[in-house]
Write a protein that binds this ligand. Structure first.
Ligand code: SF4
Length: 257
């Protein structure tokens, strides 16, 4: 499912309440440094680096201002201004500038709302992206596996430069300023068995969480159609079982089944 607009909603979300989405990605295709086997946007069409049509800063600014004034006129509340959409928001060349705009709009119109970013964290090595994330209330950073092999099987990075070691080091550096988001699943893809809840992988994942020390962890399961069909949705009881193992290490967890 692809989002067809720059500004989306607000949509009611269990995690975020009334969430006004900001999609800085192309409107007709996914653009991401990962190609997760469960991605709700489907597979990447072309390799990263090919020309993509991203919305301009001016279009984002104009549409966000217009939508917020409509919502204010209708008396609609917003709990979260949320960077999400058809891929990885931090790939937009003006991402830091858009963050400043959204902070300004939030402060002016919805001072009690939080600003949320759903990101795969592959761009955290770039100082300007790291700095921009520091300005957000809810930077939600993806970590789906405890080992490089399982991360590569699940998230399918589009280039070798998105190394697992660098990702982990950046997550550790970001520490308790970030929320870690993890989708738990089992299945097969490309003839390989996939499971980030095997004793081996989940054990390594918990070790990484202890090094990162996140604000908290969001655990969730597959919710919508996935590009790889041979994937199993974990039950809420299973998510709670794994959440408890993380809580046993003193790390807070929220479960979204
Ligand atoms: S990081 Fe997000 S947008 Fe990118 S492939 Fe994975 S699920 Fe899709």
């Amino acid at each position: 499912m692809l989002f067809e607009n720059i500004i989306i909603g607000p949509i009611h979300s269990r995690r975020l309440g009334n969430s006004l989405g900001i999609n800085l990605l192309p409107l007709k295709r996914k653009f991401c440094t990962y190609d997760c086997i469960y991605c709700e946007c489907g597979w990447n069409e072309e390799t990263i680096g090919n020309k993509v049509d991203l919305p301009s800063y001016d279009d984002v600014s104009e549409q966000l201002r217009r939508r917020i004034s409509e919502l204010k006129a209708e008396g609609v509340s917003v709990d979260s201004l949320t960077f999400a959409g058809n891929g990885e928001p931090t790939l937009h060349p003006d991402f830091p500038k858009v963050v400043d705009l959204v902070v300004e709009m939030r402060n002016e119109h919805y001072p009690n709302a939080v600003i949320t970013l759903l990101t795969n964290a592959t761009q955290l090595s770039r100082p300007e992206i790291y700095e921009a994330l520091m300005k957000l209330d809810n930077p939600v950073l993806k970590l789906d596996a405890g080992t490089m092999a399982m991360r590569n099987n699940i998230n399918k990075p589009t280039a070798e430069k998105y190394s697992f070691d660098e990702l982990v080091n950046n997550l550790i550096r970001f520490g308790n300023r970030g929320i870690i988001q993890t989708l738990l699943l089992r299945g097969t893809n490309d003839g390989k068995t996939i499971s980030n809840v095997s004793d081996e992988d989940f054990g390594e994942y918990i070790k990484l969480l202890k090094k990162i020390g996140p604000k908290y962890v969001m655990l969730y399961a597959i919710d919508r159609a996935t590009p790889e069909k041979n994937l199993e949705k974990l039950t809420v009881d299973e998510l709670e079982f794994y959440a408890q193992q993380i809580r046993n290490e003193g790390i807070d967890v929220k479960v979204y089944g």
